[in-house]
Design a protein around this ligand. Structure first.
Ligand SMILES: NC(=O)c1ccc[n+]([C@@H]2O[C@H](COP(=O)([O-])OP(=O)(O)OC[C@H]3O[C@@H](n4cnc5c(N)ncnc54)[C@H](OP(=O)(O)O)[C@@H]3O)[C@@H](O)[C@H]2O)c1
Length: 270
């Protein structure tokens, strides 16, 4: 059987998508193909999952897949063979590459059936990501369903209203995991500063952040209410939160998000 889904790239994100699509029986291994460059990622993915591995992009596209997923690095788009564009005629193209705008993708794949651009995030690698996406033109129902199935394999997917929303999504959820990692590092460092051992600081910081995240997800309460629940008047948490306010934590976060959004806009013009 010719593959229905063809993946250019077989790295971390593509592996997460493929493994999840197979686990949920959304597609069979026979319906999925992939190819990669030279570091052996497609060999590993094909061996682990039973999907078809192709030697080249041209060979894969010659099998007339219905959906072409661009899962290589953004800078690798220019390395694709010039024939890819013609071979992808009538394909639904889905890009998970950061920073390549729809007009640029439409230039590379002018004969595609439609193009969807998405911005996943790193927790997608374990099925807990969030992804924003939008189509170049109003999609047929079947294509909307296909994109929802593929992107939901990384976690939760949200269709956006306009392409500028992708820069906003990038600044919140795309870069957001790094904000949480950085906060975890800061908590670990503070633990050491107040006299805990390296190992205990690390474990306390990590387990506090993951435990609080799980509580937020499983609770029906807003994070603000969960925060208030652990803040006794004149207690230790209140002292810490007052210090956050004095140091303008919310302004710091807003500035960081604005900087990320501005950089996302800049990158999509490069
Ligand atoms: N990682 C994330 O959480 C995340 C989040 C948001 C967006 N993204 C986007 O997802 C995309 C993939 O990221 P990743 O982290 O999965 O990258 P990755 O693990 O480095 O994988 C990149 C893949 O692309 C392949 N490749 C490179 N050049 C190619 C070419 N000319 N033809 C065919 N295949 C080629 C590589 O092959 P070889 O290694 O075999 O050479 C590899 O399989 C990127 O565009 C990134 O912007 C990723």
């Amino acid at each position: 059987m010719n593959p229905t889904l063809a993946f250019i790239g077989a790295g971390k994100m593509v592996s997460a998508i493929v493994q999840s699509l197979l686990r949920t029986n959304s597609f069979s291994a026979a319906e999925i193909g992939c190819c990669s460059a030279k570091d052996g990622t497609s060999e590993k993915l094909a061996e682990a999952t039973g999907i078809t591995r192709f030697e080249s992009v041209e060979q894969m596209l010659s099998s007339s897949p219905s959906v072409l997923v661009l899962g290589c690095k953004p800078q690798q788009l220019t390395e694709l063979p010039p024939t890819a564009s013609d071979l992808a005629t009538d394909c639904l193209v889905l890009s998970i590459m950061a920073g390549i705008p729809l007009p640029r993708l439409s230039e590379v794949f002018p004969n595609a059936r439609n193009i969807a651009r998405s911005m996943p995030n790193t927790p997608g690698q374990i099925g807990h990501g969030v992804t924003g996406y939008l189509f170049a033109k109003s999609p047929e129902q079947k294509d909307r369903q296909l994109i929802e199935i593929i992107l939901s394999s990384l976690g939760t997917a949200y269709e956006l209203g306009e392409e500028a929303d992708l820069d906003r999504v990038t600044a919140i959820s795309g870069s957001g995991p790094a904000y949480v990692f950085e906060f975890t590092c800061a908590l670990e460092e503070a633990g050491r500063a107040v006299g805990l051992s390296d190992q205990l600081s690390r474990e306390l910081a990590l387990r506090t952040v993951t435990g609080a995240a799980r509580l937020m997800e499983s609770s029906e309460l807003h994070p603000k209410e969960l925060r208030d629940q652990v803040t006794s008047p004149n207690g230790t948490t209140q002292a810490a939160l007052e210090s956050f306010t004095a140091d303008e934590l919310r302004t710091i976060v807003r500035h960081a998000v604005e900087a990320a959004r501005a950089r996302s806009i800049e990158l999509s013009h490069e």
